[in-house]
Design a protein around this ligand. Structure first.
Ligand code: ZN
Length: 94
């Protein structure tokens, strides 16, 4: 019920169950996001690291979309942005 997928596809019934969703908290799945970039002198491998959930308390993830979202905005209907609509691909240099 608190998954990003549910929240994005059931916008009109969310109001009634907002309290329950807030009680359940944000979904913090371990996403498999990695990307390889070729730099000038070496090849960079960027991987998702679930420690970002600790650093950003509003962050939540969707394993189906493999993207990150702003939990508060997804639940409350904040600004229409990548963080509330299509999700953001987190990248981190390793
Ligand atoms: Zn937000």
């Amino acid at each position: 019920m608190n998954s990003v997928d549910f929240l994005l596809t059931n916008k009109y019934i969310i109001y009634d169950i907002q309290t329950e969703i807030k009680r359940l908290g944000r979904p913090i799945p371990d996403l498999i996001i990695s990307k390889t970039d070729v730099g000038k002198s070496r090849i960079y491998s960027r991987n998702f690291n679930s420690s970002v959930y600790d650093r950003f308390k509003w962050l939540c993830g969707c394993p189906k979309r493999n993207k990150l979202f702003c939990f508060i905005c997804v639940v409350m209907g904040g600004n229409q942005s990548a963080w509330t609509q299509e999700g953001v691909c987190w990248e981190r240099k390793t």
